[in-house]
Design a protein around this ligand. Structure first.
Ligand SMILES: CCCCCCCCCCCCC/C=C/C(=O)SCCNC(=O)CCNC(=O)[C@H](O)C(C)(C)COP(=O)(O)OP(=O)(O)OC[C@H]1O[C@@H](n2cnc3c(N)ncnc32)[C@H](O)[C@@H]1OP(=O)(O)O
Length: 280
């Protein structure tokens, strides 16, 4: 029965998008089914560039506005990688205006996801550091594939940067204060069994069952009347989201000041160089 719910929607970098005459949404087809699948597709590692963030927001907005949709499964089209997190090249050697635009887009996606009226289920089929983990944490339920390589966590400190307060809040709301503090200070990336133990994910299943499990879970969440579930979600999440909403511009200014520091630029460049040299 759950299979009947699914339909597809691909989020990818703008350069890979279909031409305007062929819009992302084939809404008439999906109308009947009520659940979309957002597959992140920005190879090689699904980094969250400004374009991907923007496309993600637009797609979510379309789904939110189409009242026939009640749920979204968020997953990846890149084998072994859910998302490598924020695109580090967007935070290195760019102008202040670019940093501001990028950070506003990060905020916007977080707000849209965190407060979404839709049921969001993360089908985590790959490694999921930092911003990738954050996306899954905004969902209502996380199913992680049982592969020892598929680490998940907010590892920002290992890059020499700091997870902002709203990243921290999202984690605290999921795993509790002590686990979050330890995870954030140490930049811990949890393998599946550990992620399950600390509550970072709700279920760990064999890799070939991630999608079907997400579908079954979706059916369970959709069995609850929308209005009651949505109001409850808002009760739980709005106070956290409001803290950012009230100081979005100040948060952007913090980010600008922080990311523009020579020491932070140096840390980010070194981290990127390390990633690039890994192959050589
Ligand atoms: C008073 C308090 C004030 C506080 C103020 C706070 C202000 C805010 C501060 C800033 C906050 C920043 C928050 C940051 C969030 C993030 O998400 S940062 C990103 C973190 N991500 C990672 O650490 C993951 C890095 N990547 C990897 O570990 C690996 O790539 C992988 C995902 C495990 C995949 O491995 P593999 O398949 O082996 O691929 P690679 O060869 O490593 O990579 C392929 C190419 O992709 C490039 N790449 C990888 N990750 C990224 C990325 N995140 N962004 C951009 N590019 C990336 C990699 O360099 C390779 O490139 P090429 O060599 O050119 O092919």
């Amino acid at each position: 029965m759950a299979q009947d719910l699914v339909d597809g929607l691909l989020i990818k970098a703008r350069s890979h998008l279909p031409p305007p005459s062929e819009p992302l949404g084939k809404l008439s087809k999906r109308d009947r089914k009520g659940v979309a699948v957002i597959k992140l597709k920005n190879p090689p590692v699904n980094s969250l560039s400004l374009e991907v963030l923007t496309e993600f927001v637009i797609s979510l907005e379309k789904l939110e506005n189409d009242k026939t949709f009640r749920g979204v499964i968020v997953t990846s089209d890149c084998p072994g990688i859910f998302s490598a997190g924020l695109d580090l090249t967007e935070m290195c050697g760019k102008s202040q205006a670019h940093y501001a635009e990028f950070w506003r887009a990060v905020q916007e996606l977080w707000l849209r996801l965190y407060l979404s009226n839709l049921v969001l289920i993360a089908a985590i089929n790959g490694v999921s550091p930092a911003g990738g983990c954050l996306i899954s944490l905004t969902c209502d339920y996380r199913v992680l594939a049982d592969n020892p390589k598929y680490n998940i966590g907010l590892n920002e400190t290992l890059l020499g940067v700091v997870a902002p307060s709203w990243f921290k809040d999202t984690l605290v709301n999921t795993v509790g204060h002590r686990t979050a503090e330890r995870a954030l200070q140490l930049g811990l990336l949890f393998p599946p069994a550990e992620a399950l133990r600390v509550g970072m994910v709700d279920q760990v299943v064999p890799e070939d069952q991630v999608h079907s499990t997400a579908l079954s879970v979706m059916a369970q969440w959709l069995a609850v009347p929308d209005h009651a579930r949505q109001l409850t979600k808002s009760l739980m999440r709005k106070p956290t989201a409001d803290r950012l909403v009230k100081q979005r511009d100040a948060d952007i200014q913090y980010f600008l000041q922080f990311v523009s520091r020579d020491s932070i630029q140096k840390s980010l460049r070194m981290y990127l160089d390390k990633l690039r040299q890994k192959k050589g």
